[in-house]
Design a protein around this ligand. Structure first.
Ligand SMILES: Nc1ncnc2c1ncn2[C@@H]1O[C@H](COP(=O)(O)OP(=O)(O)OP(=O)(O)O)[C@@H](O)[C@H]1O
Ligand SMILES: O=P(O)(O)OC[C@H]1O[C@H](OP(=O)(O)OP(=O)(O)O)[C@H](O)[C@@H]1O
Ligand SMILES: O=C(O)c1cccnc1
Length: 491
């Protein structure tokens, strides 16, 4: 896996922009950038933010080694030595705010906010997006699976099918923080303290003269913890009878077979029969694990068919987010420093939903005191007072007539300060604390927003002031455009 030395994990255009800023003497000007996504993956009603631990590690290591500087010097003849000296001195000196991992998040709200010299803010864009986009995607997929199997054991089995090692490791972590119980990935287990679990492969059975002997030897080697894979030859006629035979025999020696795993065939039919056969043999404690290209849709389907499965091993479709394999998070500048103050800035697009929302903002989650449920998210300018008002008007920035008035509310700030003037001020919680926090987040939302299919839209609203600035900048842009086109009609 990649080392934690990742300063060059950036796109060349960032280095080129850094260079051009340096040439123009603007590299120390401050900017505010915000990272957000525009569309929820999998048709889900929310996403689960993840990636912050990796971001913190990355920011803490940010510096260029002599080897990296020497490499950069070979890439563009123009990079002159003064620029390379500037890179030699580089570390992160800005302020970074982010949503804690496990938070439920929604489109078009800032999940990371970077306030820093443009030189640094530009450099880190690519890495921040890669961490946020992938890990948030996998955590969201895992949350969908957890949603339809609330009481089952969920095992992350994806490493061999992941898009390389980093994805396997950080994906295993993302799945665990959003509700999986364990991973098969030993490296992720060691790095993060995730519980590890494993059964055995078909090769173990093929390696022995008979299936029965394979089961006996495995169970004797690892007493009281084995799950036997029963589908190598014939699940109902051979695998389960052999597992029962060995299970009963070893029981007399005080060894318990914990489970069986079915990895092919009709998982509903086979699990129903397997349960019956195990129960009839007096092995009610033996659990049934299923695997084979599973995802939340298949699991829901299998449950509807009455499948008797206690534990699900889920690999490919989770770790690659197979049905929606990338989160399109973006990083946009929203304010730039001029003469010591921040001026809001906007990115215009032909598609109104892609027009950025200007200004350095704070993100608030508005909670009804009466129901203790979230009423909507609210984006206000950093200096706006959102607490303690008698009421707040929440309106949708795209369909502005969609609004509601909330009173008797609490406003919780969603972005936390992680680095302040380059110093880490946020202590990363342990993974179990993140899992507990994620569960408490789910409790803040009505189930209508959380359901797997066609969830209700949860609104991310703009304050009047943010809206007014956005409209003003759009008007200014249209006026300039008309002037440039030589038109004198007014807007
Ligand atoms: N009862 C069921 N209803 C719907 N889908 C199922 C059911 N049982 C299994 N599946 C899924 O159907 C897909 C194909 O399974 P199947 O066992 O036929 O194929 P396979 O992987 O090619 O099997 P094999 O390993 O024997 O070649 C898998 O994703 C599996 O999880
Ligand atoms: O199906 P997934 O959700 O991706 O879960 C991981 C898969 O990896 C293993 O199969 P593989 O054929 O690689 O190895 P095996 O020989 O142990 O069956 C395992 O048996 C699962 O089927
Ligand atoms: O432990 C298992 O059964 C396992 C682990 C990884 C992939 N497939 C299966």
């Amino acid at each position: 896996m990649a080392t934690d030395q990742l300063s060059l994990l950036t796109d060349k255009y960032q280095i080129n922009m850094m260079y051009a800023h340096w040439k123009n003497g603007t590299h120390n000007k401050k900017r505010v950038f915000e990272a957000y996504f525009r569309r929820l993956p999998f048709g889900n009603g929310f996403a689960v933010f993840a990636g912050l631990e990796r971001i913190v590690r990355y920011i803490n290591q940010l510096s260029f080694s002599e080897e990296e500087i020497a490499y950069l010097a070979t890439q563009e003849e123009q990079y002159d030595s003064g620029f390379l000296d500037e890179l030699r001195k580089l570390s992160f000196t800005g302020t970074l705010r982010a949503v804690p991992e496990g938070t439920l998040v929604f489109p078009n709200e800032p999940l990371i906010q970077v306030e820093a010299r443009v030189f640094e803010a530009q450099l880190i864009e690519t890495a921040l997006l890669t961490f946020m986009n992938y890990q948030t995607l996998i955590a969201t997929k895992a949350a969908r699976i957890r949603k339809i199997a609330p009481n089952d054991i969920l095992l992350e089995f994806g490493t061999r099918r992941a898009q390389e090692a980093d994805a396997a490791i950080w994906g295993a972590r993302a799945a665990y923080l959003a509700g999986f119980d364990a991973t098969s990935n030993m490296k992720a287990g060691m790095m993060f303290g995730i519980p590890t679990k494993g059964t055995h492969a078909h090769s173990w059975v093929q390696d022995h003269a008979s299936e029965e002997e394979a089961f006996r030897r495995f169970a004797e080697a690892l007493p009281n913890q084995v799950t036997l894979l029963v589908d190598t030859y014939d699940t109902l006629k051979s695998g389960i009878p052999n597992a029962i035979k060995v299970g009963l025999e070893l029981q007399k020696k005080g060894i318990t077979v914990k489970g069986i795993r079915i990895d092919s065939g009709d998982l509903a039919y086979l699990s129903i029969h397997a349960r019956q056969m195990l129960d009839d043999a007096g092995l009610k404690h033996v659990q049934i694990v299923a695997s084979n290209d599973l995802d939340e849709n298949l699991i829901l389907n299998l449950k509807a068919q009455g499948a008797r499965i206690d534990s699900w091993g889920i690999g490919t479709k989770l770790i690659t987010a197979a049905d929606d394999p990338s989160l399109g998070g973006v990083y946009k500048v929203v304010a730039k420093e001029e003469d010591g103050i921040y001026i809001p800035t906007i990115k215009i697009s032909g598609n109104p939903e892609k027009i950025s929302t200007p200004g350095k903002k704070k993100l608030w989650r508005i909670i009804s005191k009466r129901t203790a449920k979230a009423e909507g998210d609210y984006l206000a300018l950093a200096e706006e007072i959102v607490h303690g008002k008698t009421y707040l008007k929440l309106f949708d920035p795209v369909h502005t007539y969609m609004h509601k008035i909330v009173s008797d509310y609490e406003a919780h700030e969603v972005l936390h300060t992680i680095f302040e003037d380059g110093r880490q001020v946020y202590q990363l919680p342990g993974l179990d604390a993140i899992r507990a926090y994620h569960r408490s987040q789910l409790g803040l939302f009505w189930d209508e927003y959380l359901r797997k299919l066609n969830p209700e839209k949860y609104y991310v609203n703009l304050s009047q002031q943010v809206w007014d600035i956005k409209m003003k900048l759009i008007q200014e842009h249209l006026t300039t455009k008309r002037q440039d086109e030589g038109r004198n009609d007014t807007v």
